[in-house]
Design a protein around this ligand. Structure first.
Ligand SMILES: Cc1cc2nc3c(=O)[nH]c(=O)nc-3n(C[C@H](O)[C@H](O)[C@H](O)COP(=O)(O)O)c2cc1C
Length: 182
């Protein structure tokens, strides 16, 4: 199985990128996870949507070819970062490659609520007509890593908190079932 990750932070030391790398390594036996480059996409411009730039065509092709999408994102001002919204806006036009595509969201933050408010916004965006992603129901399936600095081990390179990882194991298995049964 092949999945693609969209990471909503461009920061070199991003905990959300490190979360993506944790999942990439932890589930190597279950799926291959490529991390898309959304930081170089130009701002969405409706004048260009019929003839999108190469970076957008590449991302669109990667998403179309993937069995599912993981979104690992910070919360910015109680919502999603502009870089992620921009990528989703591009993907919501043209071939609309997210329609019916299984998408699982997760987020990490140093704060108490682990991006949950941002993920509520994200869920609305992912339900919009141009996206219509296939998602697990939110109850019991939210992955929100609060107080992230305490949960990333030695040097903070990977998520190491066992309780959080056990929860993610369960949700990822449900997500893989969603993919298999769609
Ligand atoms: C513009 C901006 C807005 C932010 N807004 C929130 C917020 O609404 N909720 C929150 O928990 N953290 C917020 N933060 C703090 C981020 O959670 C923190 O910087 C986090 O480490 C960013 O994720 P990253 O490490 O993947 O880059 C904000 C940070 C920035 C730069």
């Amino acid at each position: 199985m092949k999945l693609i990750a969209l990471v909503g932070s461009l920061r070199r030391e991003s905990v959300n990128l490190k979360l993506a790398l944790t999942l990439q390594e932890r589930y190597r036996g279950k799926f291959e996870l490529d991390i898309a480059n959304i930081g170089t996409l130009p701002f969405f411009d409706q004048d260009e949507e019929e003839n999108p730039p190469e970076s957008v065509r590449k991302l669109s092709g990667q998403v179309a070819a993937a069995d599912g999408v993981l979104i690992l994102t910070p919360e910015y001002n109680w919502s999603v970062p502009g870089v992620l919204k921009n990528a989703l806006d591009w993907l919501s036009r043209g071939d609309k490659v997210l329609i019916g595509k299984p998408v699982l969201a997760a987020g990490a933050s140093p704060g108490m609520y682990g991006t949950l408010r941002g993920q509520l916004h994200l869920r609305e965006i992912l339900s919009s007509p141009g996206i219509q992603a296939a998602m697990l129901p939110p109850a019991g399936n939210e992955i929100a890593v609060a107080q992230a600095p305490q949960k990333f081990g030695e040097g903070g390179a990977r998520l190491t908190d066992e309780r959080t990882l056990t929860h993610i194991d369960v949700v990822v298995d449900r997500f893989l079932e969603l993919i298999r049964h769609r």
